[in-house]
Design a protein around this ligand. Sequence first.
Ligand code: MG
Length: 375
Amino acid sequence: MSNRRDFLKYSGLLAGGVLVSKSLTACGNGGGRASSKGLTLRFEPYDLKLKHVFTLASSSRTTTPVMLIELEYDGVIGYGEASMPPYLGESHETATKFLSGLNLHQFTDPFLMDDILAYVENSAPGNYAAKASVDIALHDLVGKLIGQPWFKMWGLNRNKTPETSYTIGIDTPEVVKDKVREAAPYNILKVKLGRGNDKEMINTIRSVTDKPLCVDVNQGWKDKQMALDMIHWLREQGIVFVEQPMSKYAIDDMAWLTENSPLPTIADEALQTVKDVLPLKGVYSGINIKLMKCGGLSAAHKMANMARIMGMKVMIGCMTETSCAVSAAAQLSPLVDWADLDGNLLISNDVFQGVTIESGKVTLNDKPGIGISKI
Ligand code: MG
């Protein structure tokens, strides 16, 4: 064990020298020196560069702010990440404030995960991405201390990982065609709709590929009858499911749409964390779990099991993220029907390597924790 720890300590510190600059902030122990007595948290703001301008129904952007964090115990380092697309309300500033306020050094046993995560959860309302970064780092740390990846500790079968979808944003027909060609390694494509040119988008994509498609409307449809008519049309075009077709507040309209829809409807913006799952029974066919929305792997694991018990479909998604948060989410992927874990594939400055996509399928490795190493 001590040899393994020494190796992890060495590799972690060496990699830390590359990624984590001298400006990296330590908190929770009143200084920058790691101690073997308690958990030491460090964090650094970072901006992810998108390969393409990313357009949703309501906004466009070329970068996404993230916070990269390290949680160290006895020389072993767990990595975590908060991804904070602006429309969700978190930022480098809010995450810095939240993380600076945590005193994780009080915890001298990282295996007391429930206690540690309850403390993090109760330390301030909201801040789900920042909370997720600590949860992910703690899972990575504990997995490394035990020497196993989380999918194994949860008893999941790596052969049951789903295919992952590759997202095609709203754009001009020529750019859309280019993106479809780029997506050649993927067997299912996710198409963003809801900007008033939905049929044009689908027809453009169908002119270059007959792969299965799923669509994400990001609350863009305003009328339930129009939504149902569109879903019937989409079904004829080989669409697999429809994500967040209407406003998250249109609960009665969504229940009607789900009851009448020939395709499964998936809640995304309509849910945040564990407590939101139960009320969605009968309103949507399934849920899209994202670590940055729900606060991390602990909540995500509970949500996936709840949805399964309720007979709902489960999808695991992501934000624009490095391979850190994507690989963490991938640990859960054998539990889900569909994965949308392409966030790391859409950026040009990833700083980790972890889960890979092989023949379109999420492919887990044997690395302990969340299965990543620094580039
Ligand atoms: Mg979505």
